[in-house]
Design a protein around this ligand. Sequence first.
Ligand SMILES: C[S@@+](CC[C@H](N)C(=O)[O-])C[C@H]1O[C@@H](n2cnc3c(N)ncnc32)[C@H](O)[C@@H]1O
Length: 245
Amino acid sequence: MNLDLINLDGFESQKLKELETELNLIAHKTINLDHDSLVLQEDNLYFNFKKERALTPLEIDIQKGALGWRLARPQHETHLKKAIGKTERSLRILDATAGLLGDSMIMLALGHSVTAYEQSKILYTMLTNEITQLAETDSNLLNFRLINSNVCEANFNEKSFDIIYFDPMYPEDKASSARRSDLKKINSILEIEGLASDPESTFTYLRSIPKTKLIVKRPLKVDAFEGSINYQITGKSVRFDIYLN
Ligand SMILES: C[S@@+](CC[C@H](N)C(=O)[O-])C[C@H]1O[C@@H](n2cnc3c(N)ncnc32)[C@H](O)[C@@H]1O
């Protein structure tokens, strides 16, 4: 992988050793702006994009910013709640596309248990670092599992989950301005890892899991996947296409 691992802490830690082994990289002590770098600083990880990409660093901080605000008020998520459907019990949700974990964390805050798949090892490493730190204080995370794999490689049946949630990649120019920069960063990371996104075949795979409701999140400007939608929940910039099996 064409990536530098940077240790700004200045000493060798257990975490650094684990990162070196997991990513098969040897840590350096200074950032080279002409390279993409995963940077360890005070137990936190952030991604520094090489300067020709013209992107600000990616840091995963679930409790801050817009996501932190939404997580403090999960009952305001009316469209997502409608898409999930009225229920008194906690549902088992598969988030097929973890990304930066925004949707997983909201579904968790709504009281459900979530298993999320993320194909990118870099994102998985950053997310795991964040989740491990938050787990000490956030008991919701007891109901969360993150798996580093392409979801299509898993073997599910009708009993595995109540709901499958799918938020695939889509062209950056169709995203809202708030989402565009996140999508660009995720796309760059997937490119560094040589990972291609194939939303159509992932959709076909998820659609084939029997007796499980599939919720597909789409920007308003993006067409639906092929096949008949049972119903749609439409918000200001995104909609949820619901497929029942
Ligand atoms: C649009 S982002 C999801 C954003 C996420 N819902 C959030 O709130 O941050 C799509 C993510 O799904 C991952 N992904 C796409 N296809 C996948 C697959 N078949 N298996 C696992 N991960 C996948 C991509 O690597 C990317 O990180």
